[in-house]
Ligand binder design. Structure first.
Ligand SMILES: NC(=O)c1ccc[n+]([C@@H]2O[C@H](COP(=O)([O-])OP(=O)(O)OC[C@H]3O[C@@H](n4cnc5c(N)ncnc54)[C@H](OP(=O)(O)O)[C@@H]3O)[C@@H](O)[C@H]2O)c1
Length: 311
């Protein structure tokens, strides 16, 4: 199969490109050339900016892909331009979305006081009614003003090419520029032997995924024609409570920090997070429909990430 990846050289995209190339598929990468891809020589590379419709169209015409995977659709305008250029140029489209489409996310960030939805959140759980979750936020992110995966998904569904929408969890692993595990490590080390969590934070859950496993789930959706027109949550089978996650990170790093709940319960939690809103995703659909299962175990994933963070 020939797959055209928009942005296949970054943290998640590179892992998908590698996974597809390893399985013998032609994974063609389209990116600006600012990152240096550590990819097999067999991977065709097209340099161009996705904001340049001619560059994108020419690269698509050269690659003639069966499937286009947009790793980096952030705005409505980007998704609209993509569905338009893809019409007649590919059979299917796969768009990376996020768990932040769910209404629960607004509660978590303090933007809504609608009572929490029951978890885990299946694909038909209520979506945010607000738009542009990062507009006005102090975010170091080029698309913060217009970012909204709900609008990206809507454009994907409205296009003439069948689109698969993948709602990703918090992704961790080597290459994670947000250092999700690194920040947990810092917190554990700074705690000086005992980390005290409020009861609410200790019980809070957030679906996570190791980058190699997430790449495998994305590849499953790319390669299975039955995924056309479907929406899937991606993430570990069980979203760990925060206290368990921190304990597992400590174990993987050999940090002797006890984690307990206690007096912090009277203190306000991190002001921007309301821990009553749990971001646990129900990932059964991708497992039953596409046969996805994690190739890397949770302990292995953490050891590999801790090793990278430590280096
Ligand atoms: N990380 C998480 O926890 C998480 C959670 C939920 C969803 N997601 C989703 O996962 C995706 C991020 O994937 P990633 O981690 O691989 O991203 P990344 O590390 O930021 O990589 C960005 C990729 O896109 C290319 N690129 C950037 N701007 C471009 C442009 N204008 N035209 C063409 N190529 C461009 C970059 O190469 P050049 O710089 O060389 O162009 C690179 O290949 C996003 O859709 C995000 O919403 C991530």
């Amino acid at each position: 199969m020939t797959v055209f990846l928009i942005g296949g050289t970054g943290f998640i995209g590179r892992a998908v490109t590698q996974r597809l190339a390893d399985a013998g598929h032609t994974a063609t990468v389209f990116h600006r050339g600012r990152t240096t891809p550590d990819l097999p020589d067999s991977v065709p590379i097209h340099h161009g900016d996705r904001g340049d419709p001619e560059a994108l169209r020419d690269a698509l015409d050269t690659a003639a892909p069966d499937v286009v995977l947009d790793v980096i659709p952030y705005t409505e305008a980007q998704a609209k331009a993509l569905t338009s250029v893809c019409a007649g140029r590919t059979d299917r489209l796969v768009l990376l979305s996020s768990g932040d489409v769910y209404r629960q996310y607004d509660g978590l960030r303090g933007a809504s006081d609608t009572p929490p939805d029951p978890v885990p959140l299946a694909e038909d759980a209520p979506l945010r009614t607000s738009r542009y979750p990062y507009r006005g936020a102090d975010a170091d992110f080029a698309y913060a003003h217009d970012y909204d995966k709900i609008l990206v998904e809507e454009q994907g569904r409205a296009g003439t090419v069948p689109a698969t929408l993948l709602r990703l969890p918090k992704v961790f692993g080597p290459g994670d520029s947000e250092h999700h595990v690194g920040s947990a490590l810092a917190r554990l080390r700074e705690a000086d032997g005992e980390l005290v969590l409020s009861e609410r934070e200790a019980q809070w859950r957030w679906s996570r995924g190791y980058v190699t496993n997430v790449a495998d789930a994305i590849a499953a959706a790319v390669l299975d024609p039955g995924a056309g027109g479907r929406t899937y949550n991606v993430g570990e089978p069980d979203a760990l409570p925060q206290a368990t996650w921190l304990r597992r990170v400590a174990e993987a790093a050999g940090i002797d920090t006890a984690i307990r709940t206690g007096p912090r319960a009277e203190q306000p939690d991190t002001p921007s997070f309301n821990w009553a809103y749990r971001m646990a995703l129900d990932t059964r659909r991708i497992r039953t429909e596409l046969g996805f299962a994690e190739p890397i175990s949770h302990p292995q994933a953490l050891v590999q990430t801790v090793s990278w963070e430590t280096e």
